[in-house]
Design a binder for this molecule. Structure first.
Ligand code: ADP
Ligand code: MG
Length: 216
């Protein structure tokens, strides 16, 4: 039987005391499963991913990654101890590092860094960009680099926060196809948040709707 890579129980969070941002959220993602959370702007999607990554602390609930509690009553694991990858809309590459160095940043101390980086350059079909710098490549290429960078430390679980929304339709389509192949090959579990229903259906097996901080 497969075990969940993510399990969230009765999670609630608010930025201000008088207004709940996320209200009693429950989610379970099994190994290899691809799930999207679909909802309009401002309904709490990015906040949910930030809570899972450990950048914010919930007021209530339990978050488990790979069967280990990373948040519970009296328990909080900092972001660097949670083995999750996060890709956001703003690519946020390091401007002073080459593309190869950007991709290898999370594994810079590993003896396998070169092998890992070369494999990702090939998977994302960006080998010829490896010595360039972020300002020398296009927005679509930068987003490929951001995806490759998030995968370098081999997280079991990837979180994607509207990573396609700044790309035009044609670039999106090729990136969707390449990513679906890579997810399958690497057996990644994925949580995508988006406002785009079509994208959610292409990229994930299961879509969950969110409205005003509540899942349905
Ligand atoms: P989404 O990603 O779905 O667009 P967010 O999670 O970014 O939504 O935001 C959910 C709600 O929380 C919004 O009402 C937003 O204004 C509010 N919010 C987001 N970040 C902060 C913050 N740092 N401080 C206070 N309120 C915030
Ligand atoms: Mg958002």
């Amino acid at each position: 039987m497969s075990k969940p890579v993510l399990e969230i129980q009765t999670l609630s969070f608010s930025y201000k005391p008088d207004k709940l941002c996320l209200d009693n959220v429950n989610i379970k993602i099994e190994e290899g499963e691809k799930v999207s959370i679909l909802g309009p702007s401002g309904c709490g999607k990015s906040t949910l991913l930030r809570l899972i990554a450990g950048f914010e602390k919930p007021q209530k609930g339990i978050i488990k990654l790979d069967d280990q509690e990373v948040f519970a009553e009296n328990k909080f694991l900092p972001p660097h101890k949670r083995n999750v990858g996060l890709v956001v809309q703003e690519k946020a590459l390091f401007p002073h590092l080459s593309i190869a160095e950007n991709i290898g940043f999370g594994v810079r101390k590993s003896p396998h860094k070169k092998v890992i980086v070369n494999e990702l350059l090939e998977l994302f079909r960006i080998e010829d960009l490896k010595s360039k710098y972020p300002h020398e490549i296009s927005g679509g290429e930068q987003q490929r680099v951001a995806f490759a960078r998030s995968m370098a430390p081999s997280p079991k679980f990837l979180m994607l926060d509207e990573p396609f929304s700044a790309l035009d339709e044609k670039l999106k389509e090729t990136l969707y196809n390449d990513l679906l192949e890579i997810f399958l090959k690497k057996n990644f579990s994925v949580l995508l948040v988006t406002h785009d229903e079509n994208e959610a259906k292409i990229m994930t097996d299961k879509q969950i709707k969110i409205l005003d901080g509540r899942l349905s």
